[in-house]
Design a binder for this molecule. Structure first.
Ligand code: ADP
Ligand code: MG
Length: 365
């Protein structure tokens, strides 16, 4: 196996404050191979931008190391200058130069190359981002999405070994974001680029990345495919952060380790098995697609809220125990808030976590 293109080992980062060093990233490790698009996904303030600055060389390491194709570029003792790392960055506010044409914006980082080579490269990039006809326009003549593609072409122009994208779509309208994320993915793949995206937006991460690290408080909690993050979240934090769903109480069926009992049915545990202890209570992740309406079902839930979402309705339902769950309802069925609705469990397998109960609380019956 060749060296990963980018590797972070036990990286520790922080800021000096009058009170001492405030550590914001701790023991963060990841590896990304050539041609892959990785993503750091996490809530605002969890340390994503700080990690990107460290990779590009603008943030000193307190511990650990960063390597680019097998060469160590940063430790707490030494650091390769940013301009020697060949890392391109595209920030959230990717201001284009307003007085330069689109072509000159893209060619900006190629000023030292011979004019012919530069012209060819700019033409190739214009075509790559689908803007061949607009090279002579100025930034203010372009739409937000077009400007964003120019910024991407500008970042790709010097052929960086690694491209870093910090919340690149956050200044755009929501409906544009997901489409552009898909387009940018296509452009990066066509360019053979290796890239790291950071975002707090799951739709963006899913639309763009091959592999995603979910961050919480300066650590990567789970590095995985979008599919696995959704279907096999490793912790409750990941389960709540990714996708819609709720955690409802369940119990292990005695004598059958992977079988769980819920108030509306039984299922098998999907993915990692929570450790088996004396306490058989569990928290079970229920996504809206795990339940379906069935008038014949003996399990009735009360309709608490009904949200129209275009292709379906999202129902919030209260179970007899008081737990609230979400369910997709495929079409208008005349149900009104307050109505009892028969429901069944669709999914034979569900993710479960140990139910941690407060100290001294009695075990559930
Ligand atoms: P994210 O990009 O995930 O929103 P950041 O990496 O920007 O998070 O910030 C992580 C933490 O570090 C936050 O608590 C933030 O307040 C703090 N922080 C970021 N930059 C600085 C700085 N220059 N000085 C002090 N603290 C900072
Ligand atoms: Mg940030």
């Amino acid at each position: 196996m060749p060296h990963p293109h980018l590797q972070l080992d036990h990286v520790r980062l922080g800021y000096r404050t009058p009170a001492g060093t405030h550590v914001v990233v701790d023991d963060l490790s990841l590896a990304l191979h050539e041609g892959r698009i990785g993503c750091l996904l996490g809530p605002s303030g969890c340390g994503k931008s700080t990690v990107l600055r460290a990779i590009s060389g603008f943030e000193p390491l307190l511990g650990g190391s960063i390597s680019l194709h097998g060469q160590v570029v940063a430790t707490s003792r030494r650091s390769l200058a940013p301009e020697k790392r060949r890392v391109g960055v595209m920030f959230q506010d990717y201001a284009l130069f307003p007085h330069l044409s689109v072509a000159d914006n893209i060619g900006f980082g190629l000023r030292r190359e011979p004019a012919d080579a530069r012209k060819k490269r700019v033409a190739d990039l214009l075509s790559l981002v689908g803007l061949s006809a607009l090279g002579r326009k100025y930034p203010h003549e372009l739409s937000g999405g077009q400007q964003q593609r120019v910024a991407l072409a500008r970042a790709l122009a010097p052929r960086p070994e690694l491209l870093l994208l910090d919340e690149p779509f956050s200044s755009l309208d929501v409906d544009l974001r997901e489409r552009l994320a898909g387009e940018v993915r296509g452009i990066l793949k066509a360019a053979g680029a290796t890239a790291i995206l950071v975002t707090h937006d799951q739709a963006e991460a899913f639309a763009m990345a091959d592999e995603i690290g979910v961050m919480e408080h300066g650590r990567i909690i789970q590095w995985d495919s979008a599919y696995n993050l959704y279907h096999y979240p490793a912790t409750e934090f990941v389960a709540r952060f990714i996708g819609a769903g709720v955690l409802v109480p369940g119990r292990r069926v005695p004598g059958n380790g992977s079988r769980i009992h819920l108030e509306f049915g039984e299922a098998e545990i999907a993915g990692a098995m929570p450790p088996e202890g004396k306490d058989t209570s569990l928290k079970v992740l229920l996504r809206p697609e795990d339940l379906y309406p069935d008038a014949e079902s003996p399990i009735k839930a009360r309709l608490v809220h009904k949200a129209f979402r275009g292709p379906d309705y999202l129902y919030t339902l209260r179970l007899p125990s008081g737990s609230e769950v979400l369910a997709h309802m495929p079409r208008e069925d005349g149900h009104r808030v307050g109505d009892p609705i028969g429901i069944r469990l669709r999914s034979p397998k569900l993710v479960a976590f140990p139910a941690s109960r407060p100290e001294g609380a009695a075990p559930p019956a």
